[in-house]
Design a protein around this ligand. Structure first.
Ligand code: NAP
Length: 493
């Protein structure tokens, strides 16, 4: 282990945050057959830890713990649940430096960005600590004089939450915040690539007074864990963030027990720069949407659509900015771009770039693996891209900006909507009418206008079409964890 890794691990150990076992019923537990799986640092390939590799049996026990815990957690007052969530939020913020280091270590993003993820992720716990007290019911006008109709909102029950590696903390807190606020209990399955942040966050939840069994974490054999969650009639809801392919399988599997399902799936974000855009604003926003987390976010720009009148000026400025980015280990000072998550990710990115080149696209900047080797890829711009090319149809999940030139607003909207995905879209224009017209025409759940960042705890996050079902964050984020019960009271006249 390098000195750097040893130092981070030592700091985590001293704060009790370096957990490698699963959490079931408030106890840290090894896999029943003793199996472990290694967690790697994507920046240098070294092993950081061996964590429990769990499967069906451990997941069934975690579900039982969550089921038992539901009976008391759901009966606490909203104020009580809220104060425990506040404590969890405060602990996450107190530990933001060390949690940020853990994210950089297992996921690779630059430390500043990793600490930013902790603050962003914690904001969902704070927000839903507030919202816990605002789960209101309703009284409806009765059609009969001696009847009264009441609407009660109740927690759905045990929730299975499956999360990806690209935001090891925030994708968990976006689900755990609303679920716990409503009175649900959880079995969380983080990605086997980044389980350490999830386990550290779970330890802080215990310290915050979230009772044993309310929040469980199992990791390891994803299909087996998924199967146990899907087959259990005690799991009343499945919330998933990850690829569209896996999301579709889970949605089909949830049919057998008719679970509620929320899906936050892949995107294919267009970023449209019109001739009338402010160049500086468009440059800053479009770079932010492309390069965050080395291009490994679901809302990253996947296609950069630039109108012909501003094309040369914009691409010139964009290229200069991309060329000046510093690539390296996320712990190094001033690094803008970390590694990709693993070799398979680099191969996918490179094959999409090579395919586009073979179809006539041109490399403007980058276009190959970085000289640092391992999983580093050069920040890349390719021009002359057509919307039919694979690179414009699939999620790139890497630091590559494919540029498509367009002539008219109608053409831009047509290209932008010509995809099965519908998560995030961006447009840059100084024309107020156009900004409304295009925003309304885009078939996307989240639209940034002259803005490259739009994920906040107060705003609904989710997609149209095959990008998913349901919304996370905001006042709408509670709905997916609640059942609506109508109580009809007779003999009231
Ligand atoms: P993924 O391969 O679908 O994995 C996501 C999670 O599902 C991981 O925990 C994975 O476990 C688990 N999993 C895989 N196969 C499973 C199965 N058969 N049954 C149950 N669980 C299974 O996605 P990823 O590569 O981690 O994440 C990248 C994707 O997530 C991208 O498509 C991105 O757009 C999407 N994403 C969407 C949002 C959003 O809000 N819409 C946010 C972030 C990411 P293991 O990792 O342990 O195999």
């Amino acid at each position: 282990m390098s000195m750097e890794t040893e130092n981070v691990v030592a700091r985590l150990k001293s704060s009790g945050l370096f957990q490698t076992k699963g959490l079931i019923g408030g106890k840290w537990i090894d896999a029943y057959d003793g199996k472990t799986v290694e967690v790697y640092n994507p920046a240098n390939g070294e092993v950081i830890a061996s964590v429990a590799c769990m499967g069906e049996r451990e997941t069934k026990d975690a579900i039982s713990s969550a089921y038992d815990a539901f009976s008391h957690w759901s009966k606490l007052t909203a104020a009580d649940r809220s104060s425990r969530l506040y404590k969890w939020y405060n602990l996450l913020i107190e530990q933001k430096e060390v949690l940020g280091q853990l994210i950089t270590l297992e996921q690779g993003k630059p430390l500043k960005e990793a600490i930013g993820e902790v603050v962003y992720g914690a904001s969902y716990i704070e927000y839903f600590a507030e919202e816990a007290k605002r789960v209101y019911g309703d009284i409806l006008p009765s059609p009969m004089p001696d009847r009264r109709l009441f609407v009660l909102k109740q927690p759905v029950g045990v929730v299975g939450a499956i999360t990806p590696w690209n935001f090891p903390l925030a994708m968990i807190t976006r689900k755990a915040g609303p679920a716990l606020a409503c009175g649900c209990t959880l079995v969380i399955k983080p990605s086997e690539l980044t389980p350490l942040t999830a386990l550290a966050a779970a330890e802080l939840a215990l310290q915050a007074g979230i009772p044993p069994g309310v929040l469980n974490v199992v990791m390891g054999d994803a299909p087996k864990i998924g199967k146990a969650l899907l087959e259990s009639p005690q799991v009343r809801k499945l919330t998933f963030t990850g690829s569209t392919a896996v999301g579709k399988k889970l949605m089909a599997g949830a049919a057998e027990t008719v679970k509620k399902v929320s899906l936050e799936l892949g995107g294919n974000a267009p970023c449209i720069v019109f001739d009338d855009a402010d160049l500086e604003v468009a440059l800053e926003g479009s770079l932010a949407t492309k390069l965050r987390n080395s291009g490994q976010t679901c809302i990253c720009t996947n296609r950069l659509l630039v109108q012909e009148g501003i094309y040369d000026k914009f691409i010139n400025a964009y290229s200069n900015a991309v060329q000046s980015l510093k690539v390296g280990n996320g712990f190094s000072e001033g690094v803008d771009q970390g590694p990709l998550i693993n070799e398979a990710a680099v191969q996918k990115v490179d094959s999409l770039v090579q395919d586009a080149i073979s179809q006539g696209a041109k490399v403007v900047v980058g276009g190959k693996r970085h000289s640092l080797g391992l999983t580093f890829y050069e920040p890349t711009i390719i021009s002359d891209v057509k919307n039919e090319m694979l690179i414009a149809r699939q999620e790139i999940f890497g630091p590559v900006a494919p540029v498509i030139r367009f002539k008219t607003e109608e053409e831009a909207i047509q290209i932008a909507n010509d995809t099965d995905a519908g998560l995030a879209a961006y447009l840059f224009t100084n024309n107020i009418q156009r900004s409304w017209r295009v925003s309304e025409a885009l078939e996307y759940g989240i639209v940034g206008v002259n803005e490259g960042l739009h994920a906040y705890e107060v705003a609904p996050f989710g997609g149209f079409k095959q990008s998913g079902l349901g919304r996370e964050g905001s006042k709408y984020g509670l709905d997916d964890f609640l059942e609506i019960k109508c109580i009809c009271m007779g003999n009231m006249g």
